[in-house]
Design a protein around this ligand. Structure first.
Ligand code: GGG
Length: 356
């Protein structure tokens, strides 16, 4: 197959981890006789420096024409003083909106060799396998007004959702649950927020169309507690934009490191965007020690979800798992009697573990 892939390395460790993912994809292309063409574009702080905009038109145009988009990470101290609408993060939010990517799928799987890497007890973590379905183009991140009000020395952000937006993400969660253990937990704050009360109504209504799926509701505070005390109770979690962002970082504790988590941002059809959950980690950028696994697993998710390449995706996941079983890990993780390696060495070992 011929596929055009746009790569947006972004900032901080973005370039290092993107190099790792591209090398793995090139090896897969060779092994399976595919042709992947990569075209690199600017986003985030790198785009502010190069093009005076966190999301240049050329980047939007290239992403819309591509078969899939891979993104590293955005942000960094250098751009922290900029106003909200000019910051690197605006580029990330903007490209999700431009591409209509309303669903962000964040799988959280506890790999057996990493059970000791989690600060939680092994019996709590072992066997956890959760998918957080985060709404991605609405809520507090996008609602207007969103501004400072100098005359009142005050500030406002708006949590706005249309019923249609809630329906489409809830549908996505139910449909995805059909491919898993058929359990959906909807997370909200319905005891306080009007938006959450509508969210709950929609989940109840939609659940009638999916009688094969078990549904329950949890308040976000309770969900945060249960994620680290009884994670095995969860299969699919569906929630609004900000709750999903926070809960998935918390859930990364189950895997041993935020660097392990991949994500897929998708819509009903068309181009998807794949990126690790973590940010640009400026403190370790350029040191060659970033964990490339969240990025590599995002590339594997791209092969599976955008290109239907199941065997190719399985092969990458197998190579990642084998590498961890062999005890290799970056410094953010720990494995009993393991070997600490840098980003490039980790990538070489994964390449060596791909079947040829
Ligand atoms: N790879 C993800 C990334 O760069 N995250 C930084 C960030 O700004 N995240 C906000 C979000 O995911 O909504």
């Amino acid at each position: 197959m011929n596929k055009q892939i746009v790569i947006l390395p972004g900032d901080g460790i973005g370039k290092e981890i993107m190099d790792a993912a591209v090398r793995v994809l090139q090896a897969i292309a060779e092994n399976f006789n595919h042709q992947f063409t990569f075209s690199e574009h600017l986003i985030g702080g790198a785009a502010i420096d190069g093009e005076q905009s966190p999301l240049p038109e050329t980047t939007i145009h290239a992403c819309k024409k591509a078969d899939a988009v891979l993104l590293g990470a955005v942000g960094g101290e250098k751009w922290d003083a900029l106003p909200g609408d000019k910051r690197p993060e605006k580029g990330l939010l903007g490209i999700r909106k431009e591409l209509g990517l309303f669903a962000n799928l964040r799988p959280i799987k506890a790999f057996t060799p990493l059970l000791h890497a989690s600060p939680l007890k092994e019996e709590i973590v072992a066997g956890s396998n959760i998918l957080i379905v985060r709404e991605l183009t609405g809520g507090l991140y996008f609602g207007e007004p969103k501004k400072r009000i100098p005359e009142e020395n005050a500030v406002v952000d708006t949590l706005y959702y249309t019923r249609t937006e809630i329906e489409q993400i809830v549908d996505k969660a139910f449909q995805t649950a059909r491919t898993r253990k058929k359990r959906v937990t909807s997370v909200d704050k319905a005891n306080v927020l009007e938006s959450s009360r509508m969210w709950r109504e929609v989940v109840e209504e939609k659940s009638k169309q999916y009688p094969d799926i078990a549904v329950d509701h949890l308040l976000v505070d309770a969900a945060a507690m249960k994620l680290i005390t009884n994670p095995k109770q969860f299969d699919v979690i569906v929630t609004e934009n900000m709750f999903g962002d926070i809960l998935s970082d918390e859930a990364s504790v189950l895997t041993g490191s935020l660097g392990m988590l991949p994500s897929a941002s998708v819509r009903t059809d068309g181009v998807g965007l794949y990126e690790p959950v973590h940010g640009s980690a400026p403190d370790i950028a350029g040191k060659g020690i970033a964990n490339p696994l969240g990025m590599i697993l995002s590339a594997s998710s791209m092969l599976r979800q955008s290109f239907g390449m199941e065997q190719e995706a399985d092969e990458i996941e197998y190579a990642v798992e084998t590498t961890l079983e062999q005890g290799y890990h970056t410094p953010d993780l720990s494995i009993k009697n393991g070997t600490v390696v840098g980003t490039k060495q980790m990538t070489e070992i994964i390449l060596g573990n791909l079947a040829t």
